[in-house]
Design a protein around this ligand. Sequence first.
Ligand code: ARG
Length: 461
Amino acid sequence: MTNLWSGRFEGAPDAAAFEFGASFRFDRRLFQDDVMGSRAWARALARAGVLSAREVAEIDGVLASLLARAQADPGFVSGADEDVHSFVERSVVEALGDAGRRLHTGRSRNEQVSLDLRLYLKRRIPLLQRAIAGVVRALADQAEAAEDALMPAFTHFRPAQPVLVAHFFLSHAAPLRRDFERFEAARVESDALPLGSGAIAGTSYEIDVDTLAHDLGFSRVVDNSMDASSDRDFAASFLFACSLTMVHLSRVAEDFIILCGDEHHFFELSDALSTGSSMMPQKKNPDPLELVRGKTGRAIGHLVGLLVAIKGLPTGYNKDLQEDKEAVFGAEDTLGGCLAVVQSVVHGLTLDRGRAASAASGLLLATDVADYLVGRGVPFRRAHEVVGGLVRKLVAEGRDFGSLSLHEWRAASDRFEGDVVARVTPGASVMAKRTPQSTAPAAVSARLAALRNWLDGQGVC
Ligand code: ARG
């Protein structure tokens, strides 16, 4: 049990309470960031005239060797220290004595922990963004491979209108692309240097925070030291980005769980990403997708947990804020694992063109029949009523539009001509769409090309 504040107290802290408050078990993940922050802080102290050039060189040498040791043996970053900051500082003091004891001059762990988490997110967010782009690419590849294949689109999970299978894949790529941008915003929010804030009021040493920010790769300095000591908005934004991305992955999972099942079977899951049943030999289960759907609750839980931890805090740092790290790491791990598995599942899907196309035909062409009448001058509301009547008759007789004789068509409306059957097909339905966001084949190709362009721009081809 080792701590940085024993001078104030008589005797040792209660062992169980110390253990309860310690964070080293999980904040060791910030080791690299803590070391980088401490190296830059030593340089800033030298510029402020607090440390000599020689002392900085010694401190820097020890910190660099700590990093190297940790790289060679991750188990090195462990022990009885209260947190990662204590571990790093103790190691420097053990190596250098008084020069090491000067490192914490003008600095507080309150700003240090904020610094470390900001540095951590700045380096880790781009990895999640890459993984998101990987899923987008798998969806774009499937969209391209689907060519002109058709499937039904659903509303209220009832067949609604025919769409290109490519349009469906791109409908899942679009939210993930927004997630990518949302992570970018979270990265920018993290990109502010909190050092110079001290414990709450700022620091009385001549620290050039702009140079220090530049040294650590920050594009700006925080506005207010009191705010900075307890600001975890950047962590909440990160957790929101994780949660919403998980929600989107969960919807991808749900769609393929259903659409790969025997009832629909528009797609087939790769055997390698499916599981069997211990009892029922015929089963091919989508466990990886179910786990993605199931784990979404964790990410949302981490977001809610942090928001609730923050909401009642009085001004300034409070230990409650230590809860931020397990939330961030947990959400990051959950999302990272799910992105990898969803990319593999999407990549491994096989399209059953026949099943998908035949489900895109039949009564879900009703809107196109109504549009046909509108083209013949019938007001839409009236056309809707005529076609509704036809649908009611067809449902009762177990038939669909293709089986209607011209006589029957004309009994419903004398505006129907002999061309209606050829005009009302799933292929004609998608071709008839006119807007750039629609399922019209030319529009879908243009959107796919734009998406490929974006992926190229992210270095993901
Ligand atoms: N382990 C602490 C945390 O994660 C570091 C900051 C400690 N500051 C303090 N005043 N006790 O928040």
